[in-house]
Unconditional design. Structure first.
Length: 123
């Protein structure tokens, strides 16, 4: 009996994306919003807490693997930029390539490594 159930669940989850860092963040955010909404008796906040929970479930059961990987990669790059206190990140005005430059150098001329465009920014 349990073997049949286990096999059925394995077949169902085959090709699905599963849980990643973004799904975990969405679940935690939804739970925190729900708890805060219940403690403060703000009903609309409790209803808003369902949105990240539903998004996390949708991402977990999704079969569009490439889109979910891109979304998760955006979160990871954002976290990496927030943790990096020694550098600043700018986007090239021509090709939108991210360029990392050291902080505290004043106004500098930056050359994009991808397209060669030069632009001036203050670090």
């Amino acid at each position: 009996m349990f073997q049949r159930f286990k096999y059925a669940m394995q077949r169902f989850f085959y090709g699905r994306y599963g849980v990643d860092q973004l799904s975990t963040v969405l679940l935690v955010l939804g739970i925190v919003l729900c708890i805060v909404g219940m403690m403060t008796r703000v009903t609309w906040l409790t209803y808003v807490s369902y949105i990240p929970l539903i998004l996390a479930i949708y991402r977990t059961y999704s079969r569009n693997l490439q889109a979910r990987r891109r979304e998760n990669q955006r979160l990871l790059s954002l976290v990496k930029q927030l943790k990096d206190r020694d550098n600043r990140y700018f986007s090239c005005p021509k090709c939108r390539q991210k360029v990392r430059v050291p902080k505290g150098k004043g106004t500098i001329k930056i050359r994009c490594p991808k397209c060669g465009e030069q632009f001036v920014k203050k670090t």
